[in-house]
Design a protein. Structure first.
Length: 170
């Protein structure tokens, strides 16, 4: 599997180096629909689907993870994926990776009780545990940094992004 990952990453890199005009694109749309109460179904154009719900403390039924958990899950999965890609590029043997992501929040922000409190997380912690049979000293630390620097999800958490909101009524 490592060889297949390395080959795919190298082929993608070579292609984009030769065709830089094809590197930038619009990501696929995620469409969320409020179904019942605070239960939401999110669908993607290629058949992707997920459901969220809010906890009962704020009126949900707690039948699915909340949207914030998916943000943390996406961050953890993305960092682990990028670490795996980099490990394959480096030829690491027996590579393993576990990523934990948690955050600190203040519910006064999401409920609009204090205008000085952000609605989103106040901070995020990303814990990365790596191992490889043939990793020289410092290689795993460098790999962790590379994965964080190249993960689009953790990048989005660290960097202010322009957000365009389009509202339609009807």
């Amino acid at each position: 599997m490592t060889d297949a990952i390395r080959a795919a990453v190298e082929a993608a890199g070579a292609y984009l180096t030769d065709h830089p005009d094809e590197a930038r694109y619009t990501d696929s749309v995620a469409t969320a629909r409020l179904e019942a109460g605070l239960h939401v179904r999110v669908d993607g154009g290629a058949g992707e689907a997920m459901e969220t719900d809010m906890p009962s403390a704020v009126g949900g039924s707690g039948t699915a993870p909340g949207p914030g958990w998916y943000l943390r899950a996406a961050t953890a999965a993305c960092v682990a994926s990028l670490a795996g890609m980099r490990a394959a590029q480096l030829g690491l043997v027996g590579f393993s990776c576990t990523v934990e992501v948690d955050s600190e929040s203040d519910d006064r922000g999401i409920l609009g009780l204090d205008g000085t409190v952000p609605a989103g997380p106040l901070s995020v912690r990303i814990g990365i545990q790596l191992a490889a049979e043939n990793a020289a000293a410092g290689v795993l630390d460098e790999l962790a940094g590379w994965a964080l620097d190249h993960c689009p999800v953790s990048d989005a958490l660290r960097r202010a992004l322009p957000v365009r909101v389009e509202t339609t009524a009807g």
